[in-house]
Design a protein around this ligand. Sequence first.
Ligand code: 2AM
Length: 179
Amino acid sequence: MGARRRIFFALWPDGPTLERLANQAALVHGASGGRLMRAETLHLTLCFLGDVEAARVADACDAAAQTGSLPGFGFDLDQLGCFERARVLWAGSSHWPDALADLAAALAAATEKAGFRIEARPFLPHVTLVRDPVAPPPEAPWSPLRWEAREFVLVESIRRPAVAHYETLARWPLRAPTA
Ligand code: 2AM
């Protein structure tokens, strides 16, 4: 069996958004305990492809290009949530724009058409902030945070002892949003 690479499509925060997100993640962590995600790892997964053959990375890029020029959008990370089984604390949106759901759906459709197997779990946009929290999320402070998405990226998750390392492999612009 050839080498495999763990890849996913994501929104990555721009500098100012990342700074606010990282600051707030640190506040949450102060209340929740557990393992705080490092600032450079904060992201929102759009479509998780998992471990694929290395040669298939190019096919994932082709599939992304097939989605055409989709519009950019803004959304608010306005709530904290928790996946209890996975033991993660995250920031998410109570209402997200159709353009965000459409982007995730377009990537799922294009990658499935290219033969990738996508999990059928419903899309729930979230940014993981803390792993293995000790306290439940309502204890933690959170101020709504605006995120303007103008591109999406293909990222590789490289397993290193103890820490997750993410490397951006490619990026695609989103169109200027219509007013
Ligand atoms: P998480 O933050 O909820 O753990 C890299 O692992 C990224 O892919 C993370 O954002 C992670 O979500 C997400 N991810 C991992 N496994 C996944 C799966 N089976 N389905 C969807 N997303 C997954």
